[in-house]
Design a protein around this ligand. Sequence first.
Ligand SMILES: NC(=O)C1=CN([C@@H]2O[C@H](COP(=O)(O)OP(=O)(O)OC[C@H]3O[C@@H](n4cnc5c(N)ncnc54)[C@H](OP(=O)(O)O)[C@@H]3O)[C@@H](O)[C@H]2O)C=CC1
Ligand SMILES: CC(=O)N[C@@H](CCC(=O)OP(=O)(O)O)C(=O)O
Length: 347
Amino acid sequence: MTIRIAVAGATGYAGGEILRLLLAHPAVQDGRAELGTLSAGRNAGSLLVEHQPQLVPLHDRVLAETDRETLAGHDVVFLALPHGQSGPVAEELGPDVLVVDCGADFRLEQAADWKRFYGTEHAGTWPYGLPELPGARDLLRGAKRVAVPGCFPTVSTLALYPALAAGLAHPEVVIIAATGTSGAGKSLKPNLLGSEVMGNASAYGVGGTHRHTPEIAQNLGKAASEQVKVSFTPILVPMSRGILATCTAPAEPGVTLTELRAAYEKAYADEPFVTLLPEGRWPQTAAVLGSNSVHLQIALDREADRIVVVGAVDNLAKGTGGGAVQCMNLALGLPETAGLSTVGVAP
Ligand SMILES: NC(=O)C1=CN([C@@H]2O[C@H](COP(=O)(O)OP(=O)(O)OC[C@H]3O[C@@H](n4cnc5c(N)ncnc54)[C@H](OP(=O)(O)O)[C@@H]3O)[C@@H](O)[C@H]2O)C=CC1
Ligand SMILES: CC(=O)N[C@@H](CCC(=O)OP(=O)(O)O)C(=O)O
């Protein structure tokens, strides 16, 4: 039986990246899977090529409305819709359909966190799509609902989890992350105008107000034995894709760099998409672009008694679309790495 896959939000950055990856996916290439409905919001009725010129094999596809009828009859539905839109759409999809949500609607476990940072009623909590977290694969294999993490939580969690889980750092973490503009989606916002972005770097969501703060705290809370405190500051920089996150935490007394590296090497030894770089090499966004890789490097700052972990990720690949395809692979029982490259497009 052919696996039929729909993508809702096909005109957006995340939907476009999912489609780019699916077109090269072995199951799609050899006909075990096929791309069914591609849907949008206000751009329904137009040709996909008007929005995603890079997706050549799909140029003649017309975008459908996003509703129960157009998404019916699929085995897998990717939702790449604005926050708050996934809940109502997912309700219309049967329990046997695999729904992979790139939005935030089902990521948070605490309804109060959702209410505080998103301001609406909480839709619920689905298995969290970060397979590299301990125990996550058990929940994702065979799952019918998956909440793909946010891009900043993906890289920040992978950067700090091993040190906290090994008791090598105290869970008062500071994360400062430079991000490309595609993280904000295609909607036109004043701070995303070309003349505001080019030749400029600007902080936003400062002072504990960014909505990824509770998601990062939720993830790291599973590693730490004490209450986690997260200070997170994103910085918009003039590049289209990529995140470079500098993540620090107080080192526990007596910790050595050898112990730290050993904890990360152990945690990620069998992880195909997480690479602890050789000593002296530092992550850079160009090295992970287009790939499903996260690159990490650690230092022990002895002057400040802090661990410093730098992580790089492509926000649209492992940070959304690649993470979503990785979760689909797990949920369907396909090889986890199918259709996903570890090789970046540098420069
Ligand atoms: N960009 C990124 O790096 C990341 C994004 N995400 C998440 O992925 C989701 C999509 O993000 P992104 O692709 O960047 O956003 P975009 O703004 O680029 O795309 C949004 C998509 O949703 C569609 N849409 C908007 N409103 C509606 C509606 N009411 N009903 C149906 N479809 C609608 C749009 O269609 P139309 O063209 O017709 O308006 C478009 O296809 C978001 O939840 C985002 O937070 C997660 C991690 C990283
Ligand atoms: C540059 C920029 O604006 N980035 C977005 C990242 C969004 C994202 O990755 O994820 P979710 O919105 O799905 O949580 C932001 O900071 O909100």
